[in-house]
Design a protein around this ligand. Structure first.
Ligand code: FAD
Length: 408
């Protein structure tokens, strides 16, 4: 078999390499990652790891020896700078060229920058990598030492997880959200309001429709965030959680279709039969022609399996229900399906109670379920969504009704 090169040694890259091997690929597999670390799990970086509840060894996704046993060559600290599709080679930053018979793009995403005056200061930090997280951990320690607040810009999952962790450590925290509600892109209004209350009850200062105008620094580093309404929020750390953009530059430069992500079909294939792509760097073309971008471990894992199958000459459509989770304080949100465009909701349990779930309907069909501290509801929801089954709102709202009894 011709050599396979995988660019990006994250969730998608590792899964693809292992799936190729278990799928029978006998040739060389080279996994290239530009970070200095071997593959690690990103989700704990804003949760248990940042809270100091998980040591670094537990972040490791796959030890280099485990990959070596599968004859997967891992090279870290290596950046691919271009793809030559005609010669079937990738070029590394140091000029080395590697030939490929099959190529997988698993380059992930990079945090959006905020073009504000002062945002290049050392204590204005995004969170994507382990190195970013280490800098934020040091920044939180500095806030504790100086007894100065943290300002989080962006009320999305990563920003809110950092806010919760910082509050749990006793720091003063302000969250600035540009929109009218938290998590507005991904949650129904009732859950956005519930999250706002949860954070406020834990002592977070929440500013919605906030317009940061500049970040101020003094000789000691970052000192405040100034808002368009004239207010000034003193702080010693600014965490940026304003979203990511797909890392699709290599693909674009190689002439592959990109549209806020590398465009792939439901089998993770690009238009070049030798090149597949998986994970946060992709935008998946759906049957109705629209593009879907997901940033989740499940998406990266499933798409990577499809990418491996594609290189093995098989079509493995990835159509399972998307799922995601977020931990904030002692609440675990588990989301299944895509709730965008829902126009009716049913509630199982009591909103704000110890555990509950919100069931989203569009055109009379169940499309998504968001469960809070309700893992059983989440698992049942995934089963129902995968099977295309829709319980009635009355069944959902009846706590005594066994959703598992619906035929699957
Ligand atoms: P990545 O894991 O980003 O891996 C891509 C790798 O490719 C990176 O190491 C990158 O440096 C490297 N790379 C890029 N360009 C090149 C190049 N030219 N040459 C060599 N290497 C290159 N998802 C969930 O489902 N649940 C969660 O609770 C959750 N929490 C998260 C919390 C945080 C703080 C973060 C950052 C993410 C979280 N996610 C969560 C998202 C999840 O981690 C991502 O969806 C997943 O890691 C995507 O995997 P990937 O392989 O596509 O990309």
């Amino acid at each position: 078999d011709a050599p396979v090169v995988i660019i990006g040694a994250g969730q998608a890259g590792v899964t693809c390499a292992e799936s190729l091997r278990s799928g029978g690929w006998s040739g060389t597999i080279t996994l290239l990652g530009d970070e200095p670390h071997g593959p690690y799990h990103r989700p704990p970086l804003s949760k248990a790891w940042l809270a100091g509840e998980l040591d670094e060894a537990r972040l490791v996704m796959r030890a280099p020896e485990a990959l070596a046993r599968k004859r997967i060559t891992l090279r870290t600290g290596v950046r691919v700078v271009s793809i030559d599709r005609a010669a079937r080679q990738v070029q590394l930053a140091d000029g080395e060229r590697l030939p490929y018979g099959g190529l997988v793009l698993a380059t992930g995403a990079r945090p959006r920058h905020l073009p504000l005056p002062g945002s290049d200061a050392a204590q204005v930090l995004p969170l994507r990598s382990l190195d970013d997280a280490s800098r934020i951990a040091a920044g939180l320690a500095r806030c504790a030492e100086l007894q100065r607040p943290v300002v989080v810009i962006g009320g999305g999952f990563i920003g809110l997880e950092v806010a919760a962790t910082a509050r749990d450590r006793g720091l003063a925290v302000t969250v600035l959200e540009a929109g009218p509600r938290l998590l507005g892109r991904v949650l129904a209004p009732m859950l956005s309001h519930w999250y706002a209350r949860l954070h406020q009850d834990h002592g977070v200062q929440l500013r919605l429709e906030a317009r940061p105008e500049a970040i101020e620094s003094d000789a000691g580093g970052v000192s405040a965030v100034r808002l368009a309404d004239g207010s000034r929020l003193p702080c010693a750390l600014v965490v940026l959680g304003v979203g990511v953009q797909a890392d699709d530059g290599l693909a674009r430069q190689a002439g592959l279709e990109t549209e806020h992500g590398i465009v792939v079909d439901d089998c993770a294939r690009t238009a070049d039969p030798r090149i597949a792509a998986a994970g946060d760097c992709t935008a998946r073309r759906l049957a109705d022609g629209t593009l879907l971008r997901l940033e989740s471990v499940q998406n990266a894992t499933e798409q990577a399996k499809s990418a491996a199958a594609a290189l093995l000459g098989q079509a493995r459509p990835f159509t399972t229900t998307p799922w995601f989770w977020s931990d904030q304080y002692d609440r675990k949100l588990q989301m299944a399906g895509l709730s965008g465009g829902a126009e009716a909701w049913a509630l199982r349990g009591e909103l704000g109670g110890a555990s509950f779930s919100v069931w989203h309907y569009r055109a009379g069909r169940l499309v998504a379920v968001d469960a809070v501290n309700a893992p059983r509801d989440h698992l049942q929801a995934r089963r129902l969504l995968d099977a295309g089954l829709t319980p009635t709102p009355a069944q959902v709202e009846d706590a005594g009704f066994d959703l598992g009894s619906l035929p699957g």
